[in-house]
Ligand binder design. Structure first.
Ligand SMILES: NC(=O)c1ccc[n+]([C@@H]2O[C@H](COP(=O)([O-])OP(=O)(O)OC[C@H]3O[C@@H](n4cnc5c(N)ncnc54)[C@H](O)[C@@H]3O)[C@@H](O)[C@H]2O)c1
Ligand SMILES: O=P(O)(O)OC[C@H](O)CO
Length: 357
């Protein structure tokens, strides 16, 4: 996709969505529904969506009965959605490549997909994590492995609990790309009757907001599990947003992004919803289950568990104070009990409400 190409002269666009879990399936369905709307109205680009998945049973069910029985049994997907286990087939001719795999496997996935990704494709990350070891945001991993300029890398993020959106409940999101025209084109591809995307050029703010809300969601879940009420949870959400904003702004984000959909919006959705995997993970831990028990019970990706470590290191590398993230890391990775983590958090030295950047 060239920099000059606009939404008006694109016409048909093949979109490959890689990852047929909860969010990959839902986002592919959004784009297919958006294409139906564009076809009817004669306005905007019309996407042909191909979904890649690892498991043949899931792929066959999507193709034969428009259903993903693993994640959304009983929900009818858009009938035009085509699925395949063959990444080369999904990627052939795709001008938009959407990534929906766990953050920590992205690098190895991209290495195997790289040769099939068209040179002029725009690559869109749906992931909300930070890579362990490198401390890279997902767009940075994409840029490094695929050797893409940032003009061809975008992110979609926001308060997007998949279960609600697959039921076609109204939701909003942010499509971020440093190249504004690309963000507008992608906005056109996923704008449907129930999904309203806004554009942004602040990739850093949108990605840090998405990764951090998982960590804060874990902390709020722990508080819920320990039986605490709304004052505790509101305090964690608000101080969590302050922590998120400190980190994001230090890394170059616009402060306003963090009070938008990909910051506060997603934080509120994640921290209030029993549908959130991160919040649920924390809640089980807070209620007294061991980490091993919770890990064993968790089938879907709770990104904050691993990303809490890389995010804390990222904060420390840049001299950012991250007390909630630190408490989460101690509980997730250093055998600290929720009660001990709470004591450590509450007994820190007192501070002005606003400090740091
Ligand atoms: N589920 C949501 O509501 C939601 C919403 C917005 C963003 N996200 C983000 O989207 C990303 C994906 O989450 P999800 O909810 O789809 O997770 P999920 O656990 O539902 O699905 C992950 C998918 O990746 C596949 N997968 C697992 N390991 C893999 C590997 N090594 N190689 C290739 N594929 C592999 C799984 O088979 C599955 O299809 C996460 O970063 C998450 O934070 C999720
Ligand atoms: O289920 P979670 O905790 O991964 O959250 C899902 C989405 O990211 C909410 O926007």
């Amino acid at each position: 996709m060239t920099d000059q190409m606009s939404a008006d002269n694109v016409g048909r666009v093949k979109v490959a969505v890689l990852g047929s879990g909860s969010w990959g399936t839902t986002f592919a369905n959004i784009v297919a529904d958006a294409a139906d709307l564009a076809r009817k109205s004669g306005e905007g680009p019309v996407a042909e969506v191909v979904l890649w998945g690892r498991r043949a049973a899931v792929v066959d069910a999507i193709n034969e009965s428009s259903e993903n029985p693993d994640y959304f049994p009983g929900i009818t997907l858009n009938g035009r959605l085509h699925a395949t286990t063959d990444a080369a087939e999904a990627l052939a001719g795709a001008r938009v490549v959407v990534l929906a795999v766990p953050s920590q496997t992205l690098r190895e996935n991209l290495a195997s997909w790289r040769e099939h990704i068209a040179e002029d494709a725009v690559v869109v990350s749906l992931m909300k994590g930070v890579e362990l070891g490198t401390l890279m945001r997902m767009s940075q991993v994409v840029g490094e492995v695929l050797e893409l300029s940032e003009k061809r890398i975008a992110v979609v993020s926001g308060p997007n609990l998949a279960r609600e959106i697959i039921e076609r409940q109204p939701a909003t999101a942010v499509v971020a790309c440093p190249h504004y025209e690309t963000a507008v084109l992608l906005q056109g591809l996923c704008k449907s009757a129930y999904f309203r995307p806004y554009t942004s050029t602040d990739l850093v703010g949108v990605e840090i907001g998405g990764a951090m809300k998982n960590v804060i969601g874990l902390a709020v879940g722990v508080a819920e599990g320990m039986g605490f009420g709304d004052n505790t949870k509101a305090s964690l959400i608000t101080r969590g947003l302050a922590e998120t904003t400190r980190l994001a702004v230090t890394l170059g984000a616009d402060e306003h992004t963090l009070s938008g959909l990909a910051g506060m919006g997603d934080l509120v959705a994640t921290c209030s919803s029993p549908l959130s995997r991160n919040r649920t993970f924390g809640e089980k831990l807070g209620a007294g289950k061991t980490l091993e028990q919770v890990v064993a019970e968790t089938r879907q990706t709770a990104e904050g568990v691993k990303s809490s470590e890389s995010i804390l290191e990222l904060g420390w590398t840049h001299g950012v104070d991250m007390p909630i993230t630190e408490a989460v890391v101690k509980m997730m990775h250093h055998d600290m009990s929720p009660a001990q983590a709470l004591l450590a958090f509450m007994s820190r030295s007192t501070k002005p409400e606003r400090y740091g950047v």
